[in-house]
Ligand binder design. Structure first.
Ligand SMILES: *Cc1c(COP(=O)(O)O)cnc(C)c1O
Length: 430
């Protein structure tokens, strides 16, 4: 029983129990999409409530936001936020060196330069001290990400933003429902951006996003930016006047209807996830050399991604590099049936688009700054985290994933009971 699966033993996660999927699509979702299709309100200025305006109302009500603007995806939400704040050519925006690529692209879409700051080793979110070091006279905004569903330190980041006269835009794509000192993330800065992409915690059946703000004027500006610079509202005749630069970032009504249906089940799902994941992490917490993700006091983490860090010395494997330890663990855990994987292979500044300054051509937007474009510098914590960690994604979000996660815990315990084999494989691979 204790024989590792890579050595021919039975895997810790039984094959017939592995097909737990995310998202969960049920008959309520199907009905909601068909009702939207047959409802005759698929254009955004249709009379009465449309599937899009209904989603906006429900999102605002559930999380307590003053304004919700539904858009085509989370990346569009970030770009619209920066645009509405007037971020443009010659400006710098501070973003974390560990995130999904969209966080770094959003400033570039406004012809602004992303400046990457290092992360905190526990929350994996922006390190406020490094943010402060990277502020220049050209900095216009700080763009923290609530990565993996863990709230960033918005108290300190908000304080830095106020002292330097900067905007705070929260990338909450991975964190709907997360709380920082009782306040929903996304509602703390000038703007918060959410993604409804099909793998996120509140998904649609494809692509979607939401932008939230407490500021009436910013909301109006962002709404115009969403739709050609025009004012297009339910029940109001469209006048085809473009008041400012706009795009077509509108969400499809069917995607909105699906997302509303998922939002209606969110609280029940969220409660089940908190229970399942807390029990799972508690079982792993004592394994030497394994650091499980944690919610800091005063925060609610929504566990979009579970990231585990590995320290070979603390596991008693002296002389083995963290990267080597991680590679062997990945192989053994996957053989046991735990689909661990990497999330982000390099720090964002090493992505080719930023490293080679592949923007709008001719070096734009970086050349706008003349010779003053900041050097990327080093991001040692981001580098270490990428080197020594693995993640679990998607399946654990299913509210019925409790038993699967207990099998995952069996697999970790089994591998940890065989650390001598881990050491041998790691040494042989050298
Ligand atoms: C998914 C994601 C986005 C982008 O959202 P899309 O809807 O895919 O455009 C932005 N930031 C982070 C951190 C994300 O995880």
């Amino acid at each position: 029983m204790n024989r590792l699966a890579v050595l021919g033993g039975p895997p810790a996660v039984p094959r017939e129990q592995r097909d737990v999927e995310w998202p969960v699509i049920d008959d309520e979702d199907r009905k909601a999409v068909l009702a939207a299709l047959d409802g005759g309100r698929l254009v955004s200025n249709a009379d009465g409530e449309t599937p899009v305006s209904a989603l906006e109302r429900r999102w605002s009500e559930r999380f307590g936001f003053a304004h919700t603007i539904a858009v085509s995806n989370g990346t569009a939400a970030l770009s619209l936020a920066l645009s509405a704040l007037g971020v443009g050519p010659g400006d710098e925006v501070i973003v974390p060196a560990l995130s999904f690529i969209a966080t770094g692209l959003a400033p570039v879409h406004q012809m602004a330069v992303p400046v990457f700051a290092d992360i905190d080793p526990v929350t994996f979110n922006l390190d406020p001290d490094d943010v402060e070091r990277r502020i220049t006279p050209r900095t216009r905004a700080i763009l923290p990400v609530h990565l993996h569903g863990a709230p960033a330190d918005v108290d300190r980041l908000g304080d830095i933003a106020r002292r330097h006269g900067l905007a705070l835009v929260e990338d909450a794509a991975q964190a709907p429902g997360a709380l920082h000192r009782g306040r929903p993330v996304g509602g703390i800065g000038e703007f918060g951006a959410f993604s409804l992409q099909v793998t996120k915690n509140i998904p649609t059946c494809g692509e979607g996003g939401l932008l939230v703000t407490a500021d009436d004027a910013l909301a109006e500006t962002a709404r115009k930016g969403r739709q050609f610079g025009e004012v297009i509202e339910p029940g109001r005749d469209r006048d085809y006047i473009s008041y400012r630069l706009g795009w077509n970032h509108k969400i499809n009504g069917l995607q909105a209807a699906f997302a509303s249906s998922q939002l209606a089940r969110f609280d029940g799902y969220e409660q089940a996830r908190q229970e399942n994941i807390t029990r799972f992490l508690a079982r792993l917490d004592g394994l030497p050399g394994l650091t499980v993700p944690t919610a800091l006091p005063g925060t609610v983490h929504v566990w979009h991604i579970l990231r585990f860090r590995f320290d070979p010395a603390a596991a008693g494997l002296d002389g083995i590099a963290p990267g080597r330890f991680r590679t062997v663990l990945r192989r053994l855990l996957r053989a046991e049936g735990v689909p661990v994987s990497q999330y982000q292979l390099v720090p964002l500044p090493e992505q080719m688009v930023f490293r080679d300054r592949e923007g709008f051509g001719k070096g734009y937007p970086w050349t706008v700054l003349g010779g003053d474009a900041p050097e990327p510098g080093d991001h040692p914590v981001t580098r270490a985290v990428i080197e020594d960690s693995l993640t679990i994604q998607k399946r654990h979000l299913n509210p019925a994933a409790g038993p699967l996660l207990q099998h995952y815990a069996d697999a970790f315990e089994k591998v940890w009971a065989n650390l001598d084999t881990v050491a041998r494989l790691a040494a042989a691979a050298r």
